[in-house]
Design a protein around this ligand. Structure first.
Ligand code: SAM
Length: 213
């Protein structure tokens, strides 16, 4: 279903904007994005915009999922921590590229819906948790990669602690309405190297080491 729309989305929104990595393209071709939006929005699932998924939250624009995935530089053997499961779409893409994905969502209903969405695929290498992702998930730390899909006021210290040496975090940082997408690499000497990439606009990261509710 929606094969033509999915193929257009990949060509027009992802490849034409400079994302050419075969593994990433294959993942976007494989995952049926309409599984991750409410049924009433199926016909808009492949559009060039975010969509509402309930609880005032959104599934990110396809290109934003793609650029964040590219910047994260996920390898086959990576264990990835994702903060902000949302619909589970980004989780599904990451699962095709990594060994295991640990994903935290603070809204219980969304996490439950994401688990139903993901069950429609054949992907099983993930674990979902309901909780405050700004504190990370100590149980499975350290992680090779950490991705934050909500806008933070600053980089949560707990996430930095749970990142492996030579690991990478991709996170939008800024004010509540607009952010910059940052890449932070943890170097051999435990120092951090920061690179600013592009402006972006995410729903706020709400939690102990994020924004107040
Ligand atoms: N990547 C998701 C997708 O593909 O559907 C979109 C994520 S949406 C832009 C951001 C999500 O982060 C929301 O579902 C929101 O509830 C969640 N969120 C915000 N603060 C959080 C926190 N402290 N811990 C976990 N999730 C959080």
């Amino acid at each position: 279903m929606f094969d033509t729309q999915r193929s257009c989305m990949v060509k027009e929104q992802i490849i034409s904007r400079g994302i050419h990595e075969k593994r990433i393209i294959d993942a976007f071709m494989k995952i049926e994005r309409h599984f991750f939006v409410p049924e009433a929005l199926f016909s808009q699932a492949y559009g060039d915009f975010p969509l509402p998924i309930g609880n005032g939250q959104t599934i990110s624009q396809p290109y934003m999922v793609a650029i964040m995935t590219k910047l994260l530089d996920v390898k086959d053997e990576d264990s990835v921590l994702e903060i902000g499961t949302g619909s589970g779409y980004q989780t599904a893409i990451l699962c095709l590229l990594a060994k295991k994905v640990y994903s935290i969502e603070r809204e219980k209903e969304l996490s439950y819906q994401a688990s139903l969405n993901l069950r429609k695929t054949d992907i099983r290498n993930f674990i979902l948790l309901v909780g405050d992702g700004t504190l990370g998930w100590n149980k499975y730390a350290p992680y090779d990669k950490i991705i934050v899909t909500a806008g933070a006021p600053c980089v949560p210290e707990s996430l930095l602690e749970q990142l492996k040496v030579n690991g990478r975090i991709v996170i939008p940082v800024g004010d509540r309405h607009s952010q910059e997408l940052l890449i932070l690499d943890k170097l051999d000497n435990n120092e951090l190297r920061e690179n600013k990439t592009c402006p972006c606009r995410f729903v706020p990261l709400v939690g102990k080491e994020g924004w107040e509710d």
